[in-house]
Design a protein. Structure first.
Length: 279
């Protein structure tokens, strides 16, 4: 059980330990293949550049500096700092592709996408780039010890140390497993909307977007029509199962009942009148 910024609860099943291990292994295999291709590409570029003359110039410059003892010590200190910075930057660069992919796919690396897993913020939102980068870099260090396994077993949300540090959780991703519900429930029933329980968190995020749109100062018919289109587009993107309730084509106008239906969905969500199905 997790909760968002406002304390609204939502349920997700933590990712199994074996699936997380497979995702980590697969991500590293893909990362190795990526950098193997980059190595041959860089090697080809280096062969086209005057590397030997550049290296000879650097050696000559270094020998000249060593003839001055005071300068030599200063340069050695600077060189040591630069080497440490270079190693740290290289470490970040090695794992950067995984972080970029996971951020771009909203918490899913290529391996997580294949295995049906997703990284989420502890408050139910998609992780930011800083969170993804921190957990990716720390994962490369922690996974080589038993700390990760101990944290996963000991924490109720199955979080590792880097998950706790980054404020993230790894869950089973149920997106796309539920068919669209073509017809709303009959009028007068308590639950007018019937949606998959796995979409609850996405629906809460959509509601914030919807309220932001319709609380703006633009209240003209054209503005409200535009806002309706944006709200429905975001809703269908986040909760595909809502397609049976909303129908806006690209050429025609917004149906008159659409704004009321959007308002009804938001109100039903606040009152707990949405019927959630797990299958």
């Amino acid at each position: 059980m997790f909760s968002d910024h406002f304390g609204n609860p939502f349920e997700y099943e933590p990712a199994p330990l074996i699936a997380r291990g497979m995702a980590y292994l697969l991500d590293n295999i893909l990362l190795f293949l990526f950098w193997l291709l980059m190595f041959f590409f860089i090697k080809h570029l280096v062969s086209l550049l005057p590397v030997e003359s550049l290296f000879a110039s650097l050696v000559s410059f270094w020998l000249k500096i060593m003839s001055f003892p005071v300068l030599d010590r200063i340069v050695q200190v600077i060189a040591t700092l630069l080497i440490v910075l270079l190693v740290f930057s290289l470490y970040i660069l090695i794992f950067l592709p995984v972080a970029l992919v996971e951020y771009g796919l909203k918490g899913r690396s290529m391996a997580k996408l294949l295995l049906g897993l997703r990284t989420m913020s502890s408050n139910g939102e998609y992780p930011g780039f800083g969170q993804v980068l921190v957990r990716t870099l720390m994962r490369g260090i922690e996974v080589n010890s038993l700390v990760a396994l101990i944290f996963i077993v000991a924490t109720p949300r199955r979080q590792t140390f880097y998950d706790v540090l980054a404020g993230t959780v790894v869950i089973k991703d149920f997106r796309g497993k539920y068919p669209a519900l073509k017809q709303p429930a009959a009028e007068g029933t308590a639950a007018r909307f019937t949606l998959p329980a796995a979409c609850y968190q996405e629906l809460l995020l959509w509601q914030r977007y919807y309220l932001m749109l319709f609380n703006s100062q633009e209240n003209t018919p054209a503005a409200r029509d535009f806002h309706c289109r944006l709200a429905v587009k975001r809703l269908l993107s986040a909760v595909p199962a809502a397609a049976g309730y909303f129908n806006i084509n690209g050429k025609g106008g917004v149906p008159a009942e659409t704004e009321g239906l959007l308002r009804s969905l938001s109100s039903s969500l606040d009152r707990g009148e949405v019927q959630w199905v797990s299958r």
